[in-house]
Ligand binder design. Structure first.
Ligand code: AMP
Ligand code: GLY
Length: 432
């Protein structure tokens, strides 16, 4: 079986690693290809030198090289319709259609979809050119802080928590008038700020039935103590299921997952692939309520790095089951393990940062931890930094989160590159 992984970051390295170690992959003498890859992915997959958004070239490669199964990591190729194009050409692919991907790629679609289908989410209002003059007036009647979200994709930077009217208008002016995210900010959502704790839930679905992977928690802020700017994610741990009680788990299933999948299907947007539910659990008078903060149409990064090591059953077969309609026949088994991931980033990220620095010590850290590559590349036989988030170091333990965490922090220091930055408090609040 020939398998193509689309995407070149830490999430895709983890997916490639998990497929590579799936029994069905090993037994079938299969081969892995990746797009442009990185030095980590390239150890197990052959890079084909095509970028994830070059859909026509990827299709040609897949046809010419008998690719049996394609797995898409990032949202951009999905938003460009890679799943539609591949399926239209008789190829099997893991990931939703362009229309289904709008659950992530348009915040306006996603919020309106939740509202009309009674899926709990923060109260909101949509603004565009037609009602733009009303923004100021609307803001004079809200309780701050409030949350402003650009409609379209903005590389994780399209959400802003504003403290007052002036702060709000500065961001709105940037996205709507100065077009800092291009056309993504022509429409935007203003929504109520919710207070609670967040969990990330991956739902692998064939459009109707589904399997829920162990929950994760993501650390989105750059600074320790959850301070500073939002990033793609600076660390994660899993399983985070202990954070919710049985009643809340039940609500997540019955009020979020089932109505989302059923109504996407009813609206002609059947969702196949990984539905990422970013949830805020809020304590209210009558117990805990679950609100959807965001949906993504793909696995999360860096949650994937901590969740996938927990999967015991054959991961490749799980993805194949999702691309067909047989996920109910798949028996999901999970290891009784604890997993914790810390991201090593380039100093300065998520703002301007310099790359191209030599990375050393990967082998030393790799003896006790899993080391997944995000922003790295090869240069003169060295691994060098090539992005904001550079590496994900994951500790896995059958004893405790403390043990998993100790493994990460005693090994991440063995890795060095100029201006390396990582948070020292990932999972620090866990009852160890
Ligand atoms: P998003 O890209 O929609 O996940 O937003 C990024 C981050 O902003 C989330 O992970 C939350 O931490 C925060 N956020 C988004 N929406 C809200 C909200 N309504 N209330 C509080 N925090 C939010
Ligand atoms: N870690 C958040 C995301 O992947 O969107």
């Amino acid at each position: 079986m020939n398998i193509l992984i689309v995407g070149n970051g830490g999430r895709e390295h983890t997916i490639a690693w998990k497929i590579f170690n799936s029994l069905s992959f090993k037994e079938s003498n299969s081969k892995l290809f990746c797009t442009t890859g990185n030095p980590g992915i390239n150890e197990i997959a052959e890079p084909i030198g095509i970028k994830p958004d070059e859909i026509d070239l990827l299709l040609k490669f897949a046809k010419d090289n008998n690719v049996d199964f394609t797995v898409v990591g990032p949202e951009v190729p999905l938003s460009l319709g890679i799943a539609d194009v591949f399926k239209g050409n008789g190829l099997t692919i893991f990931g939703p259609s362009r229309l289904a991907s709008e659950i992530e790629t348009s915040k306006v679609f996603s919020k309106d979809f939740m509202a009309r289908n009674n899926i709990p989410t923060a109260k909101y209002r949509v603004f565009d050119d037609n009602n733009y003059p009303e923004v100021q007036e609307y803001l004079s009647n809200v309780i701050f802080p409030i949350v402003i979200k650009a409609d379209g994709l903005a590389a994780g930077k399209g959400v802003y928590i504003a403290r007052d009217i002036q702060d709000s208008m500065t961001f709105i002016n940037d996205i709507h008038n100065n077009l800092i995210f291009g056309t993504s900010g022509l429409r935007f959502v203003i929504e109520e700020y919710l207070t609670g704790f967040e969990v990330s839930v991956f739902v692998i679905t064939d459009g109707t039935d589904f399997k829920i992977l162990p929950f994760a928690q993501d650390f989105k802020k750059i600074g320790e103590g959850d301070t500073g700017k939002n990033t793609g994610g600076m660390g994660s741990f899993a399983p985070a299921n202990f954070l919710v009680n049985d009643e809340t788990y039940d609500k997540i299933t019955k009020r979020v997952i089932i109505p989302t999948l059923n109504n996407m299907r009813k609206e002609g947007r059947e969702f196949k692939g990984c539905l990422y539910c970013g949830l805020m659990i809020v304590k209210e008078n009558d117990g805990y309520q679950t609100y959807v903060i965001e949906f993504n149409c793909r696995f999360g990064d860096p949650e994937t790095q901590s969740v996938l090591p927990l999967i015991k059953s054959d991961f490749l077969q799980l993805l194949i089951a999702s691309s067909g309609d047989k996920i109910n026949q798949y028996n999901l088994e999970v290891n009784d393990l604890y997993s914790l991931c810390v991201v090593a980033a380039s100093g300065g990220y998520p703002d301007k940062h310099t790359t191209g620095y030599v990375v050393e010590g990967l082998d030393k850290a790799g003896t006790e931890c899993l080391v997944f590559h995000s922003g790295t590349k090869e240069s003169d036989n060295n691994v060098v930094t090539n992005g904001g988030r550079v590496l994900s170091v994951v500790g896995v333990s059958d004893l405790s989160f403390k043990d998993a965490r100790d493994k990460v922090y005693s090994n991440i220091e063995k890795i060095t590159f100029e201006n390396m930055y990582f948070r020292k408090d990932i999972g620090g609040k866990l009852a160890l």
